[in-house]
Ligand binder design. Structure first.
Ligand SMILES: C[S@@+](CC[C@H](N)C(=O)[O-])C[C@H]1O[C@@H](n2cnc3c(N)ncnc32)[C@H](O)[C@@H]1O
Length: 268
């Protein structure tokens, strides 16, 4: 595939992924509220005392609607638990300021998860042991796309002081944590921003622990930009319709698998 075709493929994937998933989520929640709220108000007003029951009913209907609107399956869980959680937390009678504070904290941690569909969850400690043997024995360069709290990179940077490690993270709070915690390591750099706008050439290993959603777009970027011989290591999520060079079992409790590719050498 030529560079121009790669750019076109990247553009198409990026447009497809930027459709706002919050709209169907809001629609599903709204339909759940109306479907439960209206009959309750008109026919069974005494049920209004049973807030948790109504919330669970609303969550179930919202999840069914989300399914009908073809939302990814992890949204169904959010729909089922959202309203019961609101009702449960309200019962705790917390001071008013805790609501906006909680919301702001969630936004700062799960920054743009609605669009990118890549929430924050962290690689296990054991992942470091599985990444280290993949690094060349000479000094090399490694990037973690969406580095979260940066813990994986800090461990790698300590284990390989001869090599350079870069983490890029767009969520403000994890970025701040990773940056502060990594300041003392001279071979670690934490960058705030989106990895989509960072070129991947010059790295010997690109590590990604994302979600199924961006994998096709990541593949297009990796084949266009990564250097020959460089490895793309994806924690847990395989590139659709691409055979991995190897699949590595990490001995952790989550029974993690790494999918390892050489994108520059596999581009067809
Ligand atoms: C599943 S976590 C993995 C964290 C870390 N790499 C690890 O393995 O422990 C994915 C991270 O990617 C971040 N992220 C998602 N999309 C991003 C983007 N376009 N640019 C930068 N960071 C992104 C999320 O905020 C989240 O912190």
């Amino acid at each position: 595939m030529g560079a121009q075709q790669h750019r076109a493929a990247l553009g198409a994937l990026s447009r497809a992924e930027s459709r706002h998933p919050l709209l169907p989520a809001l629609a599903a929640q709204g339909i759940g509220i109306v479907a439960v709220g209206l009959p309750t108000l008109v026919f069974f007003p005494s049920l209004l005392q049973q807030a948790m029951l109504l919330a669970m009913l609303q969550g179930g209907i919202a999840a069914i609607m989300a399914r009908a609107l073809q939302a990814p399956s992890w949204w169904l869980v959010i729909h089922i638990v959202f309203m019961p959680l609101v009702v449960g937390v309200r019962a705790l009678d917390l001071p008013a300021w805790t609501w906006p504070t909680g919301l702001i904290l969630l936004l700062l941690v799960f920054w743009r998860t609605d669009r990118g569909q890549v929430p924050l969850y962290l690689s296990s400690r054991e992942c470091v042991e599985s990444v280290l043997p993949l690094l060349p024995s000479r000094p090399c360069r490694v990037i973690d796309l969406g580095c979260g709290d940066g813990a994986l990179l800090r461990r790698l940077a300590r284990a390989r002081p001869d090599s350079r490690f870069v983490g890029v993270e767009h969520a403000p709070l994890p970025w701040l944590w990773a940056w502060l915690a990594g300041r003392s390591l001279p071979n670690l750099k934490i960058v705030w921003g989106s990895f989509w706008s960072l070129p991947l050439d010059g790295y010997d290993l690109v590590y990604a622990y994302l979600s199924p959603a961006p994998m096709s777009r990541l593949w297009a970027k990796a084949t266009a930009e990564m250097s020959s011989g460089a490895l793309l290591v994806s924690n847990s999520f395989a590139v659709p319709e691409r055979m991995a060079d190897s699949r590595i079992a990490v001995s952790d409790r989550a029974m993690t698998y790494f999918y390892v590719y050489r994108p520059a050498d596999m581009a067809v």
